[in-house]
Design a protein around this ligand. Structure first.
Ligand code: HEC
Length: 153
């Protein structure tokens, strides 16, 4: 039991330090040569019922406001922030909802290619939701639905 509570405390401490990265875009006037840096800031609260609001707060920094993978933090990533508007096209015209939800939740997929840069959102949403698993699932579902709504045909 003791070991278990220590683990829980360690995990909580970690989730408190997780973030939606680089919420702040480099100022438009910044010199072109300045290399963008990822700044880690605590995830701000958003309504779990708005996939769009959550997307804009947590995902647009990397994936871009329109989902095409060109967010302000994208150039600072080692990996390309996936274009999230072509998930259906790349999946034979069917939106891969379960895969998307698993990717957002994190931990469901093994990183096949070294370091994963996509944040693991499950624990962050758990913290934001006051540890409500139901609200965390609602957030993931509404984000998934929002991504489905921005698919190119
Ligand atoms: C720090 C930058 C960053 C943020 C913030 C971010 N992502 Fe990602 N995301 C990535 C990168 C990079 C990849 C592709 C490589 C990988 O898996 O790490 C990715 C991959 C994905 C994939 C998998 C796409 C595929 O091809 O299967 C989905 C879905 C996704 N992100 C959704 C989201 C959602 C939803 C959010 C907000 C809750 C979000 N991402 C926030 C960087 C980010």
């Amino acid at each position: 039991m003791f070991v278990r509570s220590v683990l829980v405390i360690v995990m909580l401490a970690l989730t408190c330090c997780m973030y939606a990265s680089a919420q702040t875009a480099p100022a438009a006037a910044a010199p072109q040569t300045a290399k963008p840096e990822i700044r880690h800031v605590p995830a701000t609260y958003t309504s779990p019922s708005s996939g769009k609001a959550m997307y804009e707060a947590y995902c647009a920094s990397c994936h871009g406001l329109d989902g095409k993978g060109d967010g302000p933090a994208a150039p600072a990533l080692k990996m390309t922030a996936t274009n999230l508007t072509t998930l259906s096209v790349k999946n034979g015209g069917i939106f891969p909802a379960a895969h998307v939800a698993a990717e957002i939740q994190g931990g469901a997929t093994t990183p096949a290619h070294g370091s994963k840069e996509m944040p693991v959102w499950g624990p962050i949403f758990m913290t934001l939701s006051g540890h409500s698993a139901a609200q965390t699932q609602l957030r993931i579902r509404n984000l998934t639905n929002y991504l489905e709504s921005i698919q190119v045909k």
